[in-house]
Write a protein that binds this ligand. Structure first.
Ligand SMILES: Nc1ncnc2c1ncn2[C@@H]1O[C@H](COP(=O)(O)OP(=O)(O)OP(=O)(O)O)[C@@H](O)[C@H]1O
Ligand SMILES: [Mg+2]
Length: 280
């Protein structure tokens, strides 16, 4: 249950000290990847992702954008190693992904990701200890506190998840994810269940958090919200439905721009048009 809540598992060799620089922010090669699921009663297969080839660069914020059901979550969970690909290969830092790892953390929409019997700080410390079992207590505590402060949860550090708002719970999950220095942070509509104001606030916060890290975390972020994609993504991969293919890769020079920036708004409009197309 614990493992399911975090969607990550330690790897056998995960006993070393905190990440060496080459461990974090690895490049992800998605190489002719197809993913199929069996249909019920042996009636063939559903093709969720078809022949997708794309590279996620070390240290970038990469957005996967597409209509509902186009295969975004499927692709993201395959990058995490939670489901197998049925064709092609996914490599992280040159190594084929075959199983989940503490180095690839998934944060998703659900507000129930923190362990309910641990405080905010203790949730983060717990993950740090799993990631680096040999780290001493004082160092783990200090690292946890640093990330709890960084996400703005300093005042709630000793509270249990059931006493937090939805947005605060997501901040906690994000603090935990950043604290274990993943080589890639996988985010599946993490702000999807927040109201519009909090959602926008969290987008700013995520940009700020990413910028604050000396060594930039590689983030793959799934959304069907075009504004969110333009606010967050250095590059935006637009997927088409039926079955999920790469429709277009879009470079986004307006990442992090204020929401009223005219050029960013034009890109939002262009992407909306692309998505309309992608639905057919
Ligand atoms: N475990 C599964 N078994 C069978 N089919 C699945 C499974 N998971 C996903 N699918 C199918 O694969 C396709 C892609 O699903 P996926 O969840 O990746 O879409 P998505 O783009 O994340 O959609 P949304 O924006 O609604 O979250 C859908 O047709 C879905 O029904
Ligand atoms: Mg999804």
């Amino acid at each position: 249950m614990v493992e399911a809540a975090m969607r990550m598992r330690p790897e056998d060799d995960m006993t070393a000290a905190p990440a060496r620089s080459e461990e974090s922010g690895a490049q992800v090669d998605i190489d002719h990847v197809s993913i199929e699921f069996p249909k019920p009663r042996g009636r063939g297969t559903v093709v969720a992702v078809q022949d997708v080839s794309v590279t996620i660069r070390k240290g970038e914020k990469f957005v996967i954008l597409g209509p509902s059901g186009c295969g975004k979550s499927t692709l993201l969970t395959a990058i995490g190693g939670f489901i197998p690909v049925t064709g092609g290969e996914i490599r992280v830092g040159g190594e084929a992904v075959r199983k989940p790892s503490m180095k690839r953390i998934l944060v998703f929409q659900d507000f129930g990701q923190l362990l309910p019997w641990r405080t905010v700080t203790s949730n983060v410390t717990w993950a740090i200890r799993k990631r680096w079992p040999k780290m001493n207590d004082a160092e783990a505590q200090e690292r946890a506190r640093h990330y709890v402060e960084l996400v703005g949860l300093g005042a709630q550090a000793d509270q249990y998840p059931n006493t937090l708002s939805g947005g605060q719970k997501q901040r906690g999950a994000i603090a935990r994810a950043f604290a274990v220095k993943p080589e890639i942070l996988l985010m599946d509509e993490p702000f999807g269940a927040l109201d519009a104001i909090n959602r926008e606030k969290m987008q700013f916060e995520l940009n700020r958090l990413w910028s604050a890290e000396e060594e930039k975390v590689t983030i793959a972020f799934v959304t069907h919200d075009v504004n969110e994609a333009v606010h967050l993504g250095h590059r935006i991969m637009v997927m088409s439905r039926g079955p999920g293919r790469l429709r277009e890769m879009v470079d986004n020079p307006y990442v992090g721009s204020p929401p009223h920036d005219a050029r960013a708004l034009q890109l939002v409009e262009d992407l909306r048009e692309l998505l309309k197309d992608a639905k057919t």
